[in-house]
Design a protein around this ligand. Structure first.
Ligand code: PLP
Length: 386
């Protein structure tokens, strides 16, 4: 048990977590049985009865509704995409930015977000990078806003050291200054509760292969529908307000859909969207706040045990500034990654060490196993806390 839910029961849904000590959900979560069952069902239906597509599309809309509730939005504010990068590019190209306009981003934040905006330099848009400090909030960004600033784009949680930026205060700053606000929630979603309205985001983008538990190839985009002036850079029949009944393209009717479907192109990744429906049910059954608190408890335990070994944690320590589930340990990845692998522990190499990232199925015993492997091998002085 954890103090928040029956973690042993949850763990049984993730067979991979029984075979290896899986501490790498920030990279990709193992498949859960209910998620696999949703994909299996799609495959069987295709194999045995070739559809029916209308049932498959109904499930897409049911998942859209669930996702909207999960983000505190309405279903007509949600589009399905391919991944975070596509969502960020859709957002960057929908903003009415012109030569001389400036976008603020955080230095060292995820490159997939940065490149979407750096590509706008072709239009003469400037991107300025604000230093990444342990705490990033409205006060960190305010000094960088000038008369040319039009937008801020950043992650909610950083992938490489688990910073959790104060996106609510930055959203309020954007509202005050009349700026667009684009947020990449890829590392946060499924673990950190997200309220699109409290964030005052214009767009929120994510993939779904981490906290949302679905294999790669499905993304999402939230669009604040009060921003009706934001139009898609690409167009397909599905993006239109009126799809011609005879399916002959009508050059005089190009108005985009009033909903976020304006940002969707063509057919969907059906098995992945069905899988997402199942994973959202799993997350809702536990409660995302409980998943967050469970991961925070694991993180507190990890930090205490690293302190006892005198091994340094790279990112923020305080709960209000750190992600619940992402921790980087100052152990040189080149020396340690293979050692963890040999001992059946899956973690990721990161800029400043070894990244440990938790999922809903991890336990205190997983943390203790990791620590025991570090303790047995011993650490060099460079990894010791200052
Ligand atoms: C913050 C963040 N954004 C985006 C991505 C991935 O981008 P995409 O979904 O386009 O592969 C990752 C990691 O995979 C990430 O950590």
């Amino acid at each position: 048990m954890s103090g928040h839910y029956d973690v042993d029961a949850v763990r049984k849904e993730f067979p991979a977590a029984e075979r290896i000590t899986y501490l790498d959900s920030g990279f990709q979560t193992p498949l859960a049985r209910p998620v696999k069952a949703a994909i299996d069902r799609f495959l069987s239906e295709g194999l045995e009865i070739a559809g029916p597509k209308s049932v498959w599309l109904d499930r897409v809309e049911q998942t859209r509704e669930k996702l909207a509730r999960f983000l505190g939005a309405s279903a007509d504010e949600i589009a399905f995409t391919k991944n975070t990068s596509e969502s960020m590019n859709i957002a960057a190209n929908a903003l009415p930015l012109r030569a001389g306009d400036k976008v603020l981003m955080i230095h060292g934040d995820h490159p997939n977000n940065a490149y979407a905006f750096l590509n706008l330099r072709r239009k003469g848009v400037t991107v300025a990078f604000v230093p990444m400090t342990e705490i990033v909030n409205a006060d960190s960004l305010r000094p960088y806003i000038d008369a040319n600033t039009r937008a801020i784009s950043m992650s909610q949680v950083t992938f490489h050291a688990g910073h959790r930026f104060d996106v609510e205060s930055i959203g309020a700053l954007c509202e005050e200054k009349g700026l667009y606000f684009v947020v990449d929630v890829m590392q946060a979603i499924g673990v950190v509760p997200i309220d699109a309205k409290a964030m005052r985001a214009t767009f929120i983008g994510s993939g779904s292969h981490k906290g949302l538990l679905v294999p790669q190839g499905l993304g999402l985009l939230y669009w604040d529908k009060s921003r009706a002036e934001l139009e898609p850079a690409y167009l397909a029949a599905a993006s239109l307000a009126d799809v011609p009944a005879d399916l002959i393209a009508n050059p005089d009717k190009l108005d985009p859909a009033p909903s976020a479907r304006r940002f969707e192109l063509g057919n969907f990744n059906l098995p992945a969207i069905h899988a997402l429906g199942a994973s959202l049910d799993m997350i809702d059954a536990l409660g995302v706040e409980n998943i967050q608190n469970h991961c925070f408890d694991l993180g507190d335990h990890l930090i205490a045990r690293l302190d006892a070994l005198d091994v340094r944690l790279v990112g923020p320590r305080a709960r209000q500034h750190r992600a619940p589930h992402i921790y980087v340990i100052a152990l040189p990845a080149a020396e340690w990654l293979g050692h963890f692998e040999e001992n059946g522990v899956r973690v990721s190499p990161e800029r400043d060490g070894i990244r440990v990232s938790f999922g809903m199925f991890n336990t205190i015993a997983d943390v203790d196993r990791l620590i025991e492997i570090i303790r047995r091998r011993g650490v060099k002085p460079s990894s010791r806390a200052a």
